[in-house]
Design a protein around this ligand. Structure first.
Ligand code: PLP
Ligand SMILES: N[C@@H](CCOP(=O)(O)O)C(=O)O
Length: 466
């Protein structure tokens, strides 16, 4: 498998290179040159496999000869052995033909663990083989940061720097990051929003001297391996509900468009998907796009579903690449207009055949959905999941098709919002119960790329070997 940039001007890479490279050198995102294809028999055959085996089978075509099947099988076994539920991603029924995909059984209680537990092992394997070190630079609105830190803590070949928007993640999310005191972990609280943090990360990749000097690598969904690993659960859950004999619809709480893009990839690989519902909170650039064709930035508004407080959705560029027939010049032009004019429009005719629908959920609707879900199903759901449930219900076209809402985080990560909605304060699982008694370490920095770069240069071991 070869990987090409959405903007068409960066070197073509193999899997090993794409994992370590992060952002393409032309500013674009890497994509597989073509989508692997799975037959209905292949998909049916997933029914008897463990999650680790299904992942090894479905992801093998993306690896080319970068990693042997036996080594990769070991990695999926180890990565998914760290989950607290034997099914890894279990599915539960909420109502008639309505299901919840529980993505929060990993070590940091959000769907990010599914990809990052595997990515941590990929780093170990590839860096040991090359005898190299990398400096990971990432941005988080709350969940990627802790999942990436958990996957990389204590690793000798990796220093990890995570930027989060100061005061705009939940206390549990912040502490999950800042109480990890390993020497290779660095948390930076930026005076800004998530879009500022993500823009700084991309700017560091686009400074070629900086990225080469520090061997900068990415744990955000900039890194193809992140999206790749997220494809698996669409297949396994789809099969458990009758695919490929029937189509399935998914409602996906969305921000950076990585998770729902993985669902789109699954459909391109052969999974029958009727609808992919993009569910946003009031930071609704994606919902506005799918309903009007206009993609236009607006300020980021803090909400009770903070991980989705995003207005520039990184992976949307990957979707645009497919929408424009992998025409790198067309994608570059749209991205230039986003930077210079704040947005662009796509003719609605390009979306005619699309399986996407989209909607938004405001704060009151989120709280009401958490409350109603508890009343009707005796389940506590987190605010991101609630956004998915609300918008899924609003946008669903055919009630005879199973609708699966992705439950992207454990309610205990957002106890204040859940308590406000239900009067019940969800408890953290045992391994996190002393989270609020642990010491924190983080550095506050202004929303200034030079200040952030200097800090990283001062600390990165690749430049400052002891
Ligand atoms: C809990 C939660 N739900 C939903 C999302 C949105 O997912 P994506 O950014 O892949 O669209 C995020 C952040 O990525 C998240 O942390
Ligand atoms: N919601 C995310 C934002 C970063 O998204 P990513 O998928 O590109 O890592 C978070 O929790 O940090």
């Amino acid at each position: 498998m070869r990987y090409i940039s959405t903007r068409g001007k960066a070197p073509v890479l193999n899997f090993e290179e794409v994992v370590l490279t992060g952002l393409a050198r032309d500013g674009g995102l890497y994509l597989p040159e073509s989508w692997p294809q799975f037959s209905t028999d292949d998909i049916r055959g997933l029914a008897g496999k463990s999650y680790a085996d299904a992942a090894a089978f479905l992801l093998q075509p993306f690896l080319g000869d970068s990693i042997s099947p036996a080594d990769f099988r070991e990695m999926t076994k180890k990565a998914y052995g760290a989950f607290s539920h034997r099914a890894v991603v279990p599915v539960s029924q909420l109502g008639s033909n309505e299901f919840l995909m529980e993505l929060y059984h990993g070590p940091t209680l959000a769907f990010k663990d599914v990809a990052l537990q595997l990515l941590g092992l990929l780093y170990d394997h590839l860096l040991a083989r090359r005898g190299k070190r990398v400096t990971i630079v990432g941005a988080t609105s709350g969940d990627t940061g802790s999942a990436a830190i958990e996957a990389c803590r204590g690793r000798d070949a990796v220093d990890i720097f995570i930027l989060h928007p100061k005061g705009r993640v939940s206390d549990v999310q912040r502490r999950q990051m800042t109480t990890v005191l390993d020497a290779n972990v660095h948390n930076i609280a930026v005076e800004g929003d998530f879009d500022d943090c993500q823009a700084m990360v991309k700017a560091m990749f686009n400074d070629h001297d900086f990225r080469d000097e520090l061997a900068v690598s990415a744990v955000n969904s900039i890194n193809w391996a992140r999206v790749m690993a997220q494809i698996v659960y669409y297949f396994t859950v789809g099969v458990s509900l009758g695919a490929p004999s029937r189509a399935i619809s998914f409602s996906v709480p969305s921000g950076n468009f990585g998770d729902v893009y993985a669902g789109y990839a699954a459909s391109r690989m052969g999974l029958p998907v009727e609808q992919l519902i993009v569910a946003t909170n009031r930071n609704d650039i994606l919902s506005r796009f799918f309903n009007s064709g206009e993609y236009r930035k607006a300020g980021v508004d803090p909400t009770i579903s903070p991980s989705m407080d995003i207005q520039v959705s990184s992976n949307f560029e990957r979707f645009l690449a497919d929408l424009y027939g992998r025409d790198g010049a067309a994608v570059s032009d749209l991205m230039r207009r986003l930077d210079n004019d704040g947005g662009f429009s796509v003719e609605m005719s390009r979306l005619n055949e699309s399986i996407f629908s989209a909607g938004r959920c405001d704060e009151e609707e989120t709280l009401a959905t958490i409350g109603r879900t508890l009343e009707e199903t005796e389940r506590l759901v987190d605010p991101h999941t609630a956004v998915g449930l609300f918008v899924g219900d609003k946008c669903r076209k055919d009630s005879s098709t199973p609708l699966v809402t992705l439950s992207t985080a454990h309610p205990a990560k957002f106890p204040d919002a859940v308590e406000k909605a239900t009067g019940e304060r969800p408890k953290l699982p045992k391994h996190m119960q002393n989270l609020f008694g642990r010491k924190e370490r983080l550095t506050d920095l202004p929303n200034d790329i030079d200040a952030v770069k200097s800090f990283i240069k001062e600390r990165a071991r690749i430049l400052n070997a002891a």
